[in-house]
Design a protein around this ligand. Structure first.
Ligand code: NAP
Length: 265
């Protein structure tokens, strides 16, 4: 029986087990495949993954905070995206070898309503999630500007991934605005922390907030009020999870079943 899991620290809050199990049920694979959660501290990460890779029951794992860089570092093979991003969120175990992918990049593109090839995109943030977003959007052919609270870090990441840097963006200049910062999670004032105001948005724009909260984020609520198209972090979570499941099973999961499961959780 092939086993799958998400590895994080902490991991109890993760919606991946419910979401992936719902997909496996819909695919009629739930009798055969299982998806669980493993809380692994950073000092135990490498030994745990090395053990799973050789123990035949595991087909692969999703990787979440804080292990995505360590996951890439111990892979025998990695996709071009995972290498460029510098992090892996999906490991597959193939005859004892560890193969790394980063489905945050493809998941972000699949969560958007259309391609932004040739258009201007603003990415807020320069952490791991931003690296996946910038790489995906540059690869798609968008013209990406990066804003980050710590400007030096933003400039370094942007230069490395083929994007530009901006310190005082004009939101109206962008077709797509992507928030990859953690702003909104700890109750801070979104419009104090980010270079945006509630009236920064307009119809015709798309706004994606990677943070997932129970209620629509302040950012998405303002964007929606202005008539912009909004995409929340749960949609991206579903899409990156579906890509991981496709890598392991070779089959296309039901996006609807996964959406229903994450929005119930
Ligand atoms: P990270 O590597 O720690 O990066 C955090 C980013 O947020 C940095 O750019 C940091 O700026 C910025 N930031 C943090 N607090 C801030 C504040 N108060 N004001 C302005 N900027 C602030 O984290 P990450 O892995 O990129 O994850 C970021 C978020 O994306 C998390 O909430 C995570 O859950 C979410 N995420 C969602 C998905 C999904 O599928 N929906 C996938 C991946 C990640 P500095 O450089 O200045 O510190």
């Amino acid at each position: 029986m092939p086993r799958l899991a998400v590895i994080g620290h902490p991991v109890a809050h993760s919606r991946s087990p419910d979401m992936q199990t719902a997909a496996l049920m819909e695919m009629k694979l739930a009798g055969e495949w299982t998806y669980g959660a493993l809380d692994v501290a950073p000092e135990d990460f490498e030994a745990t993954v090395a053990e799973l890779a050789v123990a035949e029951e595991y087909a692969g794992v999703n990787i979440t905070v804080p292990h995505k860089e360590a996951a890439l570092a111990m892979a025998d093979e990695a996709s071009e995206g995972a290498r460029a991003i510098g992090a892996a969120n999906t490991l597959s175990f193939r005859e004892g070898r560890i193969v790394a992918d980063n489905t945050d990049a493809g998941g972000l593109l699949r969560s958007l309503p259309r391609s932004f090839r040739g258009e201007r995109v603003l990415v807020l943030g320069a952490g791991g999630a931003a690296r996946a977003a910038i790489w995906a959007l540059v690869d798609e052919g968008a013209s990406v500007d990066v804003w980050n609270r710590t400007a030096d870090r933003g400039a370094t990441v942007a230069a490395e991934l083929g994007a530009g840097t901006i310190t005082d963006p004009d939101p109206a200049a962008y077709s797509l605005i992507v928030n990859t910062t953690a702003v909104g999670l700890a109750g801070e004032d979104t419009f104090e922390a980010l270079p945006l105001s509630p009236d920064s948005f307009a119809a015709g724009q798309t706004v994606l907030d990677m943070v997932y909260t129970e209620e629509p984020s302040a950012l998405l609520a303002a964007a929606e009020d202005a008539g912009a198209t909004v995409v929340d972090g749960l949609e991206m979570l579903v899409q990156q999870g579906a890509l991981s499941l496709r890598i392991w099973t070779g089959e296309e999961p039901s996006i609807e079943a996964m959406r229903t499961a994450v929005r119930r959780g």
